[in-house]
Design a binder for this molecule. Structure first.
Ligand code: MLT
Length: 331
């Protein structure tokens, strides 16, 4: 009798702990956010991802009423910062802003310590933007036609920067080498921020990068643009032909950034974050700033968990095939 009473009390205690735990998670979710949030940008400062993350952090913090700090944990094509978010407490206070490398790193790194789908909760897509082939100012070819013949005849002496295996600039560079049938000397950086610095300084010859990082230095005359990796000419670069206009096929690529939280983040917290993201993508000031970088904010339907989940799946399926075709061996 005594022992059955003891087991009853034990079960009551467990029940109370569980109820308390469930209620307190819910209460925390209701109170969210009540302290600063960290948005991890897994590439170096000064690049496209950094500019986009800072813009969204600034806009979303006004809606959420709490400061959003940007943490550039860069290296290994974004996988170091992504690991940090995957391992952080799933409470909505540590978020990840990332692009295509969330999909491609699966094929790039043998010992990736996270799964891009299973270890994250999608919040929504934020931006969509094109890429452009740029060079140091004194790179000899005068236009895209000259560029093609020059690159074909001087390939062994030309250096091509990228932000690491699996980054957007790596993909664009691979596609460019593929369509032109050349093999250039690839130089990996921790982000296109430092790669752009070297391009402006003349230490590296070429880069195929997102317009968010390249439009300002092109306009300032610090680097030169040969062609956008796009079907049609970009409004942000009216004097630069598109690759399709230049008669080159198979080099159209767009890069989207999306926002994620670690797996297990409470639903109520995710809903608040999605709603803040949706406010930001429709904020005229955000749109104006993105416009100046040659990229666009996504629609409200795209700034949702279901859209980002499907987008990531599509990138994993299609881009990893491209990497396999290019015979890229995982690191
Ligand atoms: C960056 O922010 O440095 C870029 O997004 C890197 C890249 O993928 O090319």
């Amino acid at each position: 009798m005594r022992s059955s009473n003891q087991s009853l009390s034990f079960f009551r205690l467990i029940l109370l702990v569980l109820v308390h735990f469930g209620l307190s998670t819910e209460t925390h979710a209701q109170e969210f956010p009540n302290k600063p949030i960290t948005m991890v940008m897994p590439y170096a400062p000064g690049g496209p991802g950094d500019a986009i993350t800072r813009l969204f952090a600034g806009s979303m913090q006004k809606i959420l009423g709490q400061q959003i700090l940007v943490d550039n944990t860069s290296g290994a094509s974004g996988s170091i910062g992504t690991t940090k978010v995957a391992r952080s407490k799933p409470d909505g206070y540590t978020l990840l802003m990332i692009h295509v490398s969330h999909a491609t790193n699966m094929a790039m790194y043998k010992n990736l310590s996270y799964h891009p789908v299973d270890d994250f909760e999608p919040i929504g897509l934020a931006t969509n933007g094109p890429m452009v082939i740029v060079a140091r100012n004194d790179f000899p070819p005068k236009d895209i036609n000259d560029f093609v013949s020059y690159v074909k005849s001087n390939q062994s002496s030309i250096s091509l920067a990228n932000a690491g295996l699996g980054s957007a600039s790596h993909l664009c560079g691979l596609m460019m080498m593929n369509v032109l049938g050349v093999k250039l000397n690839e130089i990996p950086y921790k982000g296109t921020g430092p790669a752009l610095m070297d391009l402006m300084g003349g230490q590296v010859d070429l880069l195929c990068d997102q317009t968010s990082g390249t439009v300002p230095p092109i306009k300032a005359g610090k680097i030169k643009a040969y062609a956008s990796a796009n079907k049609s000419r970009l409004p942000s670069l009216p004097n630069t032909p598109s690759i399709t206009e230049a008669g080159i096929k198979g080099l159209e690529i767009n890069i989207s950034f999306g926002l994620y939280a670690p797996k297990g983040t409470p639903k109520a917290v995710l809903e608040k974050l999605t709603s803040a993201l949706q406010h930001s993508v429709s904020d005229p000031e955000v749109k104006k700033r993105l416009d100046a970088m040659g990229i666009s904010a996504v629609s409200l339907e795209q700034a949702t968990p279901s859209y980002l989940r499907a987008h990531l799946k599509n990138e994993i399926d299609t881009l990893n095939v491209l990497l396999i075709k290019a015979d890229i061996q995982p690191n």
